[in-house]
Design a protein around this ligand. Structure first.
Ligand SMILES: C[S@@+](CC[C@H](N)C(=O)[O-])C[C@H]1O[C@@H](n2cnc3c(N)ncnc32)[C@H](O)[C@@H]1O
Length: 206
C-alpha cells in the first residue's frame, strides 16, 4: 500500500458517515478504539474524547505517530502477529490472538463508546469486544469493508450481540457496517436478532 498516510483508506462517503456518527450520535465524547491505524486515526481522533489504536505493524505505527500532531493524546499500541504473516492476506486461525486480546488490557472501566474495526481478524475483534465485555449498551462498532464475503458469512455471529443499524454498501463502496451493541440483553435472548429493539433506521442501500 502506498497511499497518503493522512487520509483514511476509505471512500469519501464512508469518511462522512463515520464523522457523522462521532459528531452527531456520540457528540465528540467517545472513548474510542480502533483496530488498524492510518489516516483514519489522524482524521477521526479529533472527534473523540480519547482514541487508542491497536496496530500489528510496528513500522506503520511509528509512521502514523509521526503524522499526528506532537500534542495529540492518541495512543497507538503495537501488537504483532503471534506467528509470521505475509502482507494483507486474510488472518489465519490464532495469528492475531494477542492483537485481539490487547483491547481488554486498555479498556476503560465503563467500556469503549465507539470502535472502528479496520485492521486484522476483524470479525474476531468484534466478537471479543462482546465476549470480554468491553462495550457499554448502545456503543457503536463500525466494520469497514463490510462487503467482503468472509465478513458477510459471519454476520450471524455478530448479530447475536449487536444490531446492524446501517450499512453503506452501494456502488463501488467496500462497505461500512454500523452495529450497535445490545449487550447481555440481546446475547441472552433466545429469539432472532432483536430488530424490534433497533433505535435507528437501517439505510441498507443494496
Ligand atoms: C485497511 S488498513 C487500515 C487503515 C486505516 N484504518 C485507515 O483508514 O486509514 C489496515 C492496515 O494496513 C496497514 N496500512 C494502512 N495504511 C497503509 C499504507 N498507506 N501503507 C502501508 N500500510 C498501510 C496498517 O498495518 C493497517 O493496520
Amino acid at each position: 500500500m502506498d497511499r497518503d498516510s493522512n487520509h483514511p483508506m476509505m471512500d469519501k462517503v464512508e469518511v462522512e458517515a463515520i464523522l457523522d456518527l462521532l459528531q452527531n450520535r456520540i457528540q465528540g465524547r467517545a472513548k474510542a478504539l480502533e483496530f488498524g491505524c492510518g489516516g483514519s486515526t489522524v482524521t477521526f481522533s479529533q472527534y473523540a474524547a480519547n482514541w487508542i489504536s491497536i496496530e500489528h505493524d510496528d513500522y506503520w505505527a511509528k509512521r502514523m505517530r509521526s503524522a499526528l500532531p506532537s500534542s495529540s493524546p492518541v495512543e497507538i499500541l503495537v501488537s504483532p502477529p503471534d506467528f509470521p504473516h505475509s502482507g494483507m492476506t486474510p488472518a489465519k486461525e490464532g495469528q492475531f490472538k494477542s492483537y485481539i486480546a490487547s483491547a481488554k488490557k486498555i479498556c476503560p472501566e465503563d467500556g469503549f463508546d465507539f470502535v472502528l474495526v479496520d485492521g486484522r481478524a476483524r470479525i474476531d475483534c468484534i466478537l471479543e469486544l462482546h465476549r470480554s465485555r468491553l462495550l457499554g449498551d448502545g456503543s457503536i462498532v463500525v466494520l469497514h469493508d463490510f462487503r467482503r464475503n468472509r465478513y458477510i458469512s459471519r454476520l450471524g455471529e455478530i448479530l447475536e450481540a449487536y444490531d446492524l443499524t446501517s450499512a453503506l454498501t452501494s456502488g463501488n463502496l467496500r462497505g461500512l457496517g454500523v452495529f450497535e451493541y445490545r449487550g447481555l440483553g440481546k446475547a441472552n435472548s433466545s429469539g432472532s436478532p432483536a430488530s424490534s429493539s433497533r433505535r435507528h433506521n437501517p439505510q441498507l442501500s443494496t
